[in-house]
Design a protein around this ligand. Structure first.
Ligand code: NAD
Length: 540
């Protein structure tokens, strides 16, 4: 009976995937076959069954997309439109996500293995974020031809009548390379600002799970984006490399691992093209002994189990005050060993990221694919061999506990008294694995939090607001949360810019700074006439 329901739900997703947009590349405004007609497979993480085969675009397809983009850029219609008008078209795409949320959530549940409920929530977030980006169209238009106070030449060489306005120009043809953990969200967070800023773009989604991203092509098509302004080439690493190496691509916006991020930067270095890199993390949760025990347990679970630990900001290092450690670990073990596994994410309508609503983490999803599963188990085996103590978990759950075989499940795992030099402390595992260390003083807590090369996000929990803020201010990360309740950790708001310190990234996403990443700042210097003479104000 249970098997029948799994088969039915998977068949339903396969029927969604019959649509043209999930089977072709989107180049020059048309859905086209990849030149070499090759395909890549994707599997349902809960069972390991084949889900779909999608086009494997290669370097020649990437070059075709770049040519289409170059033509659109040279023609200039898109860049010449006001940002507000471009945003109106992008807003239709955002609405398309909202209108197709159920189908897209089923696809992401099947592709990534995340509970339907969670996928649906985050896709709603993508649609809202898109609407926010569109509101920035007006802000960008208002920044055009903004007079700069040049000081009237005083104290410098320019003559008295020297005048300057700033403009924010689009960069040109930009490459967008995205990760699989929140496929559509990660991709759309690039597509919106790139297009609203007036660029022409080529999206290369992740080969591990990127099916929902392919729907953005249909949305662009239906919204009336001019041919070549937006293109999608699915494919693996080789397609990504071709995009980064092309001299015609003036910027790469990349979300993925730090190792790949550094390769992207290397590929862009000879041509000095721009990069924006959103990379990995190893975020710290610092817990002081004046924190409410229940809240500390819930926050720890949410921090390392959201999306199965496959989130760049996952709080995978717990740094707890000495005398609070044992009570916290005792409760954590109890709660984790009670957590059920999500055996059929596609139909999981009630559980999954309930932590966002009532603070309770309620289900453990499979990890995305066989290679990630093996990689995580490799970390655990290495930790065991190095003598790291396992409080709970540490491997694959029994088939009887999951209810069936073949899925990529990992037990929620807590490693205690972890050495600072070990891989499980220093490297991103990207699975449901938490490493724990303790501290005795505030200064030590800060040193522990800052003891990796990453700096993406971190949280400090204390009921003493002054201490929470003091410690938060000393943590080196692009986003820090100071809290007595744990509420809001991992939360993102489209108006709040974020990014990585150190190996966690280059540049900022979201907010006006995120939009500026897709523009070049230009100063237009003029003498001998006024802006009124130039009718700039009238044209605005
Ligand atoms: P990945 O680095 O393996 O791949 C990311 C993308 O790069 C894929 O589309 C892939 O095909 C492509 N790629 C691979 N090699 C390439 C190369 N040499 N040149 C160009 N493109 C190449 O990462 P992943 O496994 O897809 O994603 C997980 C990682 O993403 C984690 O490290 C996670 O922390 C990070 N991530 C970061 C953020 C953030 O906002 N900071 C958000 C989501 C995910």
């Amino acid at each position: 009976m249970e098997q029948d329901s799994k088969n039915n739900s998977l068949d339903k997703v396969r029927s969604h995937l019959q649509r043209e947009c999930f089977n072709k590349l989107f180049i020059g405004g048309k859905f086209v076959e990849p030149i070499e007609r090759e395909k890549l497979p994707t599997y349902y993480p809960a069972t390991g069954e084949l889900l779909h085969e999608f086009p494997r675009g290669k370097a020649n397809d990437i070059h075709a997309a770049i040519s289409a983009s170059e033509r659109a850029w040279a023609e200039g219609t898109w860049a010449a439109m006001s940002a507000v008008d471009r945003a109106k078209i992008v807003a239709k795409m955002a609405q398309g996500i909202e209108d197709n949320k159920e189908m897209l959530a089923e696809i992401e549940a099947a592709d990534v293995g995340k509970p339907f409920r969670q996928a649906s929530m985050t896709l709603g977030g993508a649609a809202n974020e898109g609407k926010y980006w569109c509101s920035l169209g007006k802000a960008l238009d208002e920044e055009q031809d903004l007079p700069v106070n040049s000081g009237g030449g005083k104290g410098g060489l320019p003559p008295e009548e020297w005048n300057v306005v700033y403009r924010r120009d689009p960069i040109g043809v930009v490459g967008l390379i995205s990760a699989w953990n929140y496929p559509l969200n990660v991709a759309f967070r690039k597509v919106c600002p790139a297009l609203i800023a007036g660029n022409c773009a080529i999206l290369k989604p992740s080969e591990i799970a990127g099916l929902s991203c392919m729907f953005i092509g249909k949305l662009a098509h239906d919204a009336g984006i001019p041919p070549g302004v937006f293109n999608i080439v699915t494919g693996d690493r080789d397609a990504g490399v071709a995009l980064t190496l092309s001299p015609s691509v003036s910027m790469i916006s990349f979300t993925g691992s730090s190792i790949t991020g550094s390769k992207v930067m290397e590929a862009c270095a000879p041509k000095l093209s721009q990069v924006a890199l959103e990379l990995g993390g190893k975020s710290a949760l610092v817990v002081f002994d004046d924190t409410d025990l229940d809240k500390a347990v819930e926050t720890t679970m949410k921090g390392f189990l959201t999306n199965g630990g496959q989130i760049c900001t996952a709080h995978t290092r717990l740094i707890v005050q000495d005398n609070f450690k044992q009570p916290l670990l005792n409760r954590l073990k109890e709660e984790l060993e009670r957590l059920p596994f999500c055996t059929n994410p596609i139909t999981e309508k009630n559980r999954g990221d309930r932590a966002w609503e009532d603070g309770k983490t309620d289900v453990v999803q499979p990890v995305v694919c066989d290679s990630q599963h093996k990689k995580i188990l490799g970390f655990l085996n290495e930790a065991k061999a190095a003598g790291v103590e396992i409080l709970t978990g540490g491997g694959v759950p029994d088939e009887k506990v999951v209810g069936h075989s073949g899925g990529y499940f990992i037990q929620p795992t807590v490693l205690v008294n972890v050495g600072q030099e070990t891989d499980v402390w220093q490297k991103e595992v990207f699975g449901p694995v938490l490493s724990v260390r303790s501290f005795s003083s505030e200064a030590e807590a800060v040193l522990e939090a800052n003891s990796t090369k990453f700096g993406l996000a971190s949280t400090v929990m204390s009921s003493d607001p002054a201490r929470a803020m003091r410690v938060a201010n000393r943590i080196r990360a692009g986003a820090v949360y100071a809290t007595s309740t744990g509420e809001g950790i991992l939360a993102e708001h489209p108006a709040v810019s974020r990014g990585g310190f150190g190996c966690s990234g280059v540049g900022r996403e979201l907010g006006i700074s995120g939009l500026h990443e897709y523009t070049e700042l230009k100063s237009v210097n003029y003498t001998g006439f006024t802006l009124t003479d130039a009718k700039i104000e009238d044209a605005k």
